[in-house]
Design a protein around this ligand. Structure first.
Ligand SMILES: CC(C)(COP(=O)(O)OP(=O)(O)OC[C@H]1O[C@@H](n2cnc3c(N)ncnc32)[C@H](O)[C@@H]1OP(=O)(O)O)[C@@H](O)C(=O)NCCC(=O)NCCS
Length: 171
């Protein structure tokens, strides 16, 4: 899979992306906004383990954000099961060097359109932790609607936090 936008692309992960993942993902400012399954520190072994796992997803739903030269971030969905099988939760991160240039807003818009078209989904949500203003802004700019607050739903970095629920529904 590959979707190009300006100087960037969303594409399938490749096994040789591991060093770039370590370069950009090994950052506490990224880790503190993601699940603990995203490790910190982020080692080459972690990156290789992640790449082995994403290679086996069917359908493919976790992708790299990349320049022509290297991966600089990730974007992906966890597709629900049972009665939630037409819903997915979106997650994303970007190397800090590339923040605040509109890259993730573009990527979220494109992956949402891709998922509605190709993954048979009717709802895509994202649930940033309270205080994650950059992610909230990305979701607003990408046309997600605020649905509410899941109180004390997350325990991260020694603190109980609310999650802010944003979603887009297929028209
Ligand atoms: C969230 C993240 C992906 C944003 O990527 P990005 O490419 O920088 O996003 P964009 O440039 O498209 O948009 C960022 C917006 O947030 C705003 N923003 C950034 N930091 C902010 C802050 N501290 N307070 C308020 N707004 C802020 C930017 O000004 C921009 O909005 P604008 O276009 O209205 O000026 C990136 O910061 C990141 O990887 N964070 C760590 C991981 C994470 O939080 N993932 C999401 C989990 S839900």
């Amino acid at each position: 899979m590959q979707i190009r936008f300006s100087d960037y692309m969303i594409r399938s992960w490749k096994m040789d992306d591991a060093p770039a993942i370590v370069k950009y993902a090994n950052n506490k400012k990224i880790w503190r906004n993601l699940r603990d399954a995203f490790p910190h520190p982020y080692s080459l072994t972690d990156a290789n383990g992640f790449l082995m796992k994403v290679g086996s997803h069917d359908p493919e739903c976790v992708f790299a954000i990349a320049t022509k030269e290297q991966a600089i971030g990730g974007i992906g969905m966890v597709i629900g099961e049972d009665v939630h099988r037409y819903s997915a939760e979106l997650g994303y991160w970007l190397g800090e060097t590339f923040w605040n240039q509109g890259i993730m807003t573009q990527a979220v818009k494109l992956i949402t359109a891709y998922a509605f078209m190709n993954l048979n989904l009717y709802r895509i949500c994202a649930e940033p932790y309270e205080g994650n203003k950059a992610s909230v802004r990305v979701l607003e700019k990408a046309g997600f609607q605020y649905e509410g607050r899941s109180r004390a739903s997350v325990y991260k970095d020694g603190k109980l936090l609310d999650q802010l629920v944003y979603a887009k529904v297929k028209q």
